[in-house]
Design a protein around this ligand. Sequence first.
Ligand code: SAM
Length: 410
Amino acid sequence: MDMTRIRERMVEHHVTGRGIRDQNVTRAMLMVPREKFVAPGSEEFAYEDAPLSIGEGQTISQPFIVALMLEKADLDAGDKVLEVGTGSGYASALMSRIAGHVYSIERHERLALQAKERFEKLGYHNIDVRVGDGSKGWAEAAPFDAIIVSASAPEVPSALKEQLVLGGRLIVPVGRGEAQRLKRLTRTGAAAFEEDDLGGVLFVPLIGEDAWTATHPMYTATAPSSPETFASEPNSPQDAKAGGMGKILPLPALPEGVLDHSEFQRRFWAIQRISWIVFTLLLVTCLLGLLGRGGPLSRQTLLLPDGSVDFPVISRWNAPEYMTVNFTPSSDDRIFTIDAAFLQTFSIEGVDPPQKATFARAGRIGYVFPADPAGPTQIVFRLQTQLPGPLRATIGMGGEIRSQSTFIFP
Ligand code: SAM
């Protein structure tokens, strides 16, 4: 399925529409098919501005936040870039469309291999992927013009700062749970960095030697330079829940209207469930309506000692119908009766051949026909349906009566 148009709309609404001006970034986003980076079955959600699960408890980041990080990294053709946290490979793929070469490091082997395969398939040949702890950077390939960290560290890893060229930019989320801030460090000297706060974000934790520990990823920092960080604070389930999203928080520094991923999913499923129910009801109504137009369940024959009655049991509102009364030739008492409830649901438009007489007794209407053995034995009542809904009517021939239900669809 060609998703070019949906991709264009996503870029228009969620990227340029929300303030991203760097044309290198928007061009790259129009080029890279995000649907190829999401888990099979999630392709239809690929252009929602939301993070999506990619397995191993990780997520592909929200497109807007990726765009923001790339814009703030101020990438240029010819730049050498490092991404820490390859994940699905989507952000690295975008960088590869702007910069000269991308080094991408991921701690989960399965994700790294999958990303590598995607790059090969899509022909993105300027990306090197490695499995490892990106909190230490990629010393052999350093220095970098830009480093983008796609997971949140307890504090800015010193190895990453050291692997920047002079003037290089490091974009990194720092902090725990909802207290995370997106930072940009620009190297201005051997040990001098300019720091900008880009707003509140929500990323999965950076797990590694110079980051959080794997055992308690969200709470225990391993970075030796930050003894007072979150290690001593009590664990909070709320923070743990917040950790896996990789999305923007609605803080004033960033555009509003970003929906929490789980909230988005909840709403989406609710709408989908309601649509299914409405659709099923419509389908059932149509099917039953069709059956009411001559289908096998639309009529029932009632047998009585003096004959039989072919009676509509499913019909449609405001439609012509008929009921056939068959007297046995030997019957010498040709009287057919119906109750008043029947006449609320059906009006009788005509009787063929017409009755000899009509009478009303005990809430019932009687139709009397000539008891002539040589005369017609089949009487057709031409009806018109009146009220929609269910009806239980009593019909009789001679002294016998039968009850019969009928349903008229609106
Ligand atoms: N940018 C990615 C994309 O476009 O799909 C999404 C990255 S996901 C939010 C964060 C990734 O960082 C996860 O795949 C996680 O396994 C990885 N990660 C966490 N700690 C890491 C570390 N120390 N070194 C390398 N990767 C790490």
